[in-house]
Ligand binder design. Structure first.
Ligand code: SAM
Length: 211
C-alpha cells in the first residue's frame, strides 16, 4: 500500500455527482523524453498508479455518480484498475483525436509501438446511473488541436456537463473552470503551471463550432 494519502476537497458541496480526473501518471521510463518529470522539461511531478488508486475518491462521490478518467494509451490497464479502486465500473470511453489545423491527424505525438494521435477518456459509473438525455446523442469523439503538454481540450467540460450530473469535481486540475471544484497542486488560481504555455488552439478545418 502506498504511504501517501492526499486529502481531497472539503465536502461543502459534496457528494459530487461527477468526477473528471487527469492524473500525473508515472511511466516506467522516467528519464525518457516523454516522461513529464524529464529533467530538461520538468513539466510536473508524477505519482505511481498505487498512489493514485488510494486517493479517497469514493468518500467524496455520490453513490450514483459518473467518472471520466484520462489515461495514456500505454497505461489503459492502470486506468481501469484505478477506476475500480475509486469505486466505479468501466462502461465506455470518449476518444480525443488530436487534429492539425487542416483537420488531419496530428502526428507530433509520441509512442513506442505506434505514434499516438488519440487519447482515451475512460468513462465509469458508480451505482446505476445512465447518461443524461443528451448523452445518447453525444458521439464519443472529441476532435481538436493540442495545446500545452498534457493539457486536455476544453470541449470536455461541455460534453460532461450535458451528459452527467453535478456537482462537478476535477482532480489534478491545472486551470480553474466555472461551475467546477478543482483540486491539484497547480489548481490554485495563483499558481502558474510549469511548462510552455500556448494561448489557444484555434479552429480545425472542417470542424464547425470548435475553437
Ligand atoms: C496531467 S496534468 C493535468 C493537466 C490538466 N488536466 C490540463 O488539462 O491542463 C497533472 C497535474 O497533476 C499535478 N500533480 C502532480 N503531483 C500531484 C500531487 N501529488 N498532488 C496533486 N497534484 C499533483 C501536476 O502538477 C499537474 O498539474
Amino acid at each position: 500500500m502506498a504511504e501517501r494519502r492526499l486529502a481531497l476537497p472539503e465536502l461543502d458541496i459534496a457528494p459530487f455527482g461527477t468526477l473528471l480526473a487527469d492524473p500525473p501518471w508515472r511511466f516506467q521510463n522516467r528519464t525518457g523524453k516523454v516522461a513529464p518529470e524529464h529533467a530538461r522539461l520538468s513539466r510536473y511531478d508524477t505519482m505511481t498508479t498505487e498512489e493514485i488508486a488510494v486517493l479517497p475518491v469514493a468518500e467524496v462521490m455520490a453513490h450514483q455518480s459518473h467518472c471520466y478518467l484520462w489515461v495514456p494509451n500505454a497505461l489503459v490497464a492502470d486506468g481501469l484498475a484505478v477506476m475500480v479502486a475509486w469505486g466505479f465500473t468501466y462502461k465506455s470511453m470518449v476518444v480525443w483525436a488530436k487534429r492539425r489545423k487542416d483537420g488531419g491527424p496530428d502526428g507530433r505525438g509520441v509512442g513506442f509501438y505506434f505514434r499516438n494521435v488519440t487519447e482515451p477518456l475512460l468513462f465509469g459509473v458508480r451505482g446505476k446511473l445512465r447518461t443524461l438525455a443528451p448523452g445518447r446523442r453525444q458521439v464519443n469523439m472529441i476532435e481538436t488541436r493540442k495545446r500545452e503538454h498534457s493539457r486536455k481540450p476544453d470541449e470536455q467540460y461541455k460534453i460532461i456537463e450535458s451528459c452527467s450530473p453535478g456537482p462537478y469535481l476535477e482532480l489534478f486540475a491545472r486551470y480553474p473552470h466555472e461551475g467546477w471544484t478543482g483540486w491539484g497542486n497547480e489548481a490554485d488560481g495563483g499558481v502558474i503551471p510549469r511548462g510552455r504555455r500556448y494561448s489557444s488552439y484555434g479552429p480545425v478545418a472542417g470542424l464547425a463550432g470548435q475553437s
